[in-house]
Ligand binder design. Structure first.
Ligand code: DAK
Length: 260
C-alpha cells in the first residue's frame, strides 16, 4: 500500500516507520490511523523485518496527539468510530510479535504518547516532551493511556500527569521509568538503530516468546506466569534457533539464527 502520511524504510532486518505530517506536528488523523493499521499488519507479516522502530518526521514532534482540527467537528457517532479505530490500531501495535521501539524525537502528547506507550520501550531525545493534554480540551485519554500509564508508573504519578495536562521533559520521564534512555537529538535515531540491530541479530522466536511471556504474565497470577514461561521455554527446544544458538556457543563462534 502507498502511504501518504508515513515513511517506511527497511534495512538490515529493521523497519523504521516515520509518522510524516510535520506541518501538523505529526498529529494523528483518520487517514493516518488507517495507514498505521495497514503498516502494522504488513510489517508483522514481512519476514524481512525483525524489529520495528516508530518515530516522527522533523525535529519538533514525535506525534503531538490526535488531530484536534479533525476532532473539533466530530459528531458523537464520528467520535465513536474514531475511538474504535484508534484503539484497534494501538492494540494491533501492542500485540505485534516483533519488538517495537519508539524513538521519541520531540512532543509526544495525548494519542502520540499513547502510540509511544504501545511500543515495547521508548528512547527519547533531550528535547522531547511528554504529556496528556486531553483535559485542556475537555476530554480524557482514550487510546489506552490511562491504563498503560498507570500500570507503568503507578496511579499517583499517572494521576498527576493526566489531571494536570502538563508536559514533562524526557529526563523526568526517564526518572519515572517511562523512557529507557535519553540521547542528544542528533544521536537518537542512530542509538535506536544500534539497539534495534542488536536485537535483530538474536533468535527472533525466543524474543517473540519473551515478549509474549512478559505482556501476558503481567495479567496473570505469578504462579500462572511461571507456568506459562516454562511452557514457552520448552517449546523453544524444538526450534532450529535453540540448536544453532547452543551449538555456536559450544563451537565458540557467532550464532547465525534463521528463526525457524
Ligand atoms: N492536532 C492538529 N494540529 C496540531 C496538533 C494536533 N494535536 N498539534 C499541533 N498542530 C498544528 C498546529 O495547529 C499548527 O498548525 P498551523 O496553525 O500552523 O496550521 C502546527 O501544528 C504547529 O503547531 P504550533 O504552532 O502550535 O506549534 P508550537 O510550537 O507553538 O506548539 C504544541 C507546539 C505541541 C505545544 C502545540 O502545537 C499544542 O499544544 N498542540 C496540541 C497538543 C495536544 O493537545 N495534543 C493532544 C491532542 S488530544 C479518543 C482517544 C484518544 C484521543 C482522542 C479521542 N477517543 C477514544 C475518541 C486523543 C486525543 C489527543 O491526543
Amino acid at each position: 500500500m502507498e502511504f501518504k502520511n508515513l515513511l517506511l524504510e527497511i534495512s538490515e532486518s529493521v523497519a523504521v516507520l516515520t509518522v510524516n505530517r510535520p506541518q501538523s506536528l505529526n498529529a494523528l488523523n483518520s487517514e493516518l490511523l488507517n495507514e498505521l493499521e495497514c503498516a502494522f499488519y504488513q510489517l508483522e507479516l514481512d519476514p524481512e523485518v525483525k524489529v520495528l522502530v516508530v518515530t516522527g518526521a522533523g525535529e519538533k514532534a514525535f506525534v503531538a496527539g490526535a488531530d484536534i482540527k479533525e476532532m473539533a467537528t466530530m459528531t458523537p457517532p464520528d467520535a465513536h468510530r474514531f475511538a474504535l479505530k484508534g484503539q484497534r490500531v494501538l492494540l494491533a501495535l501492542e500485540k505485534m510479535k516483533k519488538p517495537v521501539i519508539a524513538a521519541v524525537n520531540g512532543y509526544a502528547l495525548g494519542g502520540g504518547l499513547e502510540l509511544a506507550l504501545a511500543c515495547d520501550f521508548l528512547y527519547a531525545s533531550e528535547s522531547a516532551k511528554l504529556g496528556f493534554p486531553e483535559v485542556t480540551l475537555g476530554i480524557m485519554p482514550g487510546f489506552g493511556g490511562t491504563q498503560n500509564l498507570a500500570r507503568l508508573i503507578g496511579p499517583k504519578r499517572a494521576n498527576e500527569l493526566i489531571f494536570s495536562g502538563k508536559m514533562i521533559p524526557a529526563q523526568k520521564a526517564e526518572g519515572w521509568g517511562v523512557v529507557n534512555e535519553v540521547f542528544p537529538a542528533q544521536e537518537l535515531l542512530a542509538k535506536t538503530l544500534e539497539c534495534a540491530r542488536a536485537i535483530a541479530s538474536q533468535g527472533t522466536i525466543g524474543i517473540g516468546y519473551a515478549k509474549d511471556a512478559i505482556a501476558h504474565g503481567l495479567d496473570m497470577a505469578k504462579e500462572d506466569g511461571f507456568r506459562y514461561e516454562a511452557a514457552l521455554f520448552g517449546v523453544l527446544f524444538g526450534t532450529a534457533d535453540q540448536k544453532e544458538g547452543m551449538a555456536a556457543f559450544v563451537e565458540k563462534r557467532k550464532a547465525n539464527f534463521r528463526s525457524n
